[in-house]
Design a protein around this ligand. Sequence first.
Ligand code: C2E
Ligand code: MG
Ligand code: MG
Ligand code: MG
Length: 288
Amino acid sequence: QYAKSNKLEYQIYDKQIDQHTVERLQLINGLKSAIESDQLVLYYQPKLCLKKNAVIKVEALVRWAHPEKGMIPPDVFIPIAEKTGQMNALTRWVLETAIKQYKQWRAKGIELGIAINISAENLKDSSFCQWVLNTISQHQVPISAFTLEITEDAVVSDLDSAIMQLSYWRAKGLKLSIDDFGTGYSSLGQLKQLPVDEVKIDRSFVQQLMSNTDDQIIVKSTIELAHNLNLFVVAEGVENQDTLDWLRERGCEMAQGYHLSKPISGSDLETWLLQSEYFYHSTPQVQI
Ligand code: C2E
Ligand code: MG
Ligand code: MG
Ligand code: MG
């Protein structure tokens, strides 16, 4: 009896692996053409400045609008892109699309800085890193309007070269952010050395903030630590108004999360912003 049921389970398991492998192969093959044929879509999620009560930045988050499988989330295909050498092509598409969107918004009088996510794979390639700077300057958009978010993990995995790369970017005026902070086992000594502007507290510490006193202690000390190192703090995963108020009272600079908006298309974000209380009317800038 046992042996029999074991065997059956084994067969089912095998089949699942096969199915999984087939799907993975389909995704690997499809990704290259997806990048080339504009099947990727950038969504944008507002980053609310808690002092100004205004949205002056957004984070760009990529999705794959697959013709048969529907919207595929980045957690599924980013790891594939990383393992199959397609991460530079993907991030190129993301930055170019973000720059276009930045210009479209600006032409309508909407000044929004855009943050894009950079993978550890991108950091390994110095010509790619140079490409980022060249592309922004060729498009004649202000470099300070762009933030690169790099996960704590990616930075710590090769600390010395990451520090070199980040310093160079920052010297040229890019804003830099440590993403998913608190999940990547970096030491305080390492954090101190990082040439960055902001840390983003991982959403796992923020989502249940109101009901979890441990999370409150962690977030409060992270804010204090970051401020002592002259870093701005962004809390991600803010899902209710109480959390937003709590963070504002403790001096957190920015909040991002479903409470404000999920990531949405560029035109939806525009509509959302213009009818929200968070639209920031900046003084008109002289175009050169
Ligand atoms: P991330 O950079 O930490 O982005 C934040 C993720 O948290 C996003 O998931 C966002 O939709 C989600 N999120 C934001 N607020 C809330 C909230 O209040 N509640 C909950 N439950 N979730 C919230 P998304 O868009 O699925 O992206 C997942 C991850 O995929 C990103 O994490 C980032 O690491 C990666 N990713 C996305 N786009 C890109 C990209 O263009 N390049 C690279 N290298 N990675 C990307
Ligand atoms: Mg991010
Ligand atoms: Mg994050
Ligand atoms: Mg993340």
